[in-house]
Every structure is written in structure tokens, then in C-alpha cells.
Write a protein that binds this ligand. Structure first.
Ligand code: ZN
Ligand code: ZN
Length: 115
């Protein structure tokens, strides 16, 4: 087992000279090394979601780049709370120029019409 030089996660190297657990980490490490070279402040943080170390030049950033991506993807796939679903339906209703009730009624009628 080796420790990734970027995120400090343990990984099983596929090659003896492998320094990073995944290509992403190698890319980010190189990217932030360049930032440092250019005199930018680079912050190293531990992501509360995945527990990996990550680097950022954004002082306020708390989640790693990967977890932010996952969050957005998950939110798009399925709204977590019922409220979110209602908000989404509300938005669609407004976009199609109907009231919420009318829109929901039409939505629940659709399968019947298709039969
Ligand atoms: Zn890594
Ligand atoms: Zn993370």
C-alpha cells in the first residue's frame, strides 16, 4: 500500500513508480504546484465528505472538487427532500404557464391518456 502524494489516500499501485491514487490526483497535484510556483496561496484541506486531502486556491472552499461534482450530480438525479420536488414541479408549472394544481392534475392524467 502506498499513500497518494496528493490526497493521502491509501492505494494499491499498479506500477512501482505510481505516486497518485488516480489520474485526477496527478493532474491536480501538477496544477497546484504551478499555482504555488506562480506565487498563489494554495490551501490544503481535508474534505469532510470523503476524508481525502485536497488543495484549493479558494480560501472559502471546504469540500474537495470531486465531492462538489458528486453533490451537483446527485441533486440533478433525485431531489433529496420532498420540498425540492415540489419546488421543481412549481418551476415546471410556471414555465408551462399553468397553476401548480392544474399542472399536477395534468401530470397524473397523462398515463391514463396514453392507454
Ligand atoms: Zn489521490
Ligand atoms: Zn471530497
Amino acid at each position: 500500500m502506498k499513500l497518494c502524494e496528493y490526497c493521502m489516500a491509501e492505494f494499491e499501485p499498479k506500477r512501482p513508480d505510481q505516486k497518485y491514487c488516480r489520474p485526477k490526483c496527478a493532474r491536480r497535484y501538477a496544477q497546484f504546484k504551478n499555482f504555488k510556483k506562480a506565487g498563489r496561496t494554495v490551501y490544503t484541506r481535508i474534505c469532510p465528505k470523503c476524508g481525502r486531502l485536497f488543495m484549493t486556491i479558494d480560501e472559502r472552499k471546504v469540500d474537495c472538487q470531486d465531492c462538489i461534482g458528486i453533490d451537483i450530480k446527485e441533486r440533478l438525479r433525485k431531489p433529496k427532500k420532498k420540498d425540492d420536488a415540489i419546488k421543481a414541479v412549481n418551476h415546471m408549472a410556471r414555465a408551462s404557464g399553468m397553476s401548480y394544481g392544474k399542472f399536477v392534475a395534468q401530470m397524473s392524467m397523462e398515463p391514463l391518456e396514453r392507454k
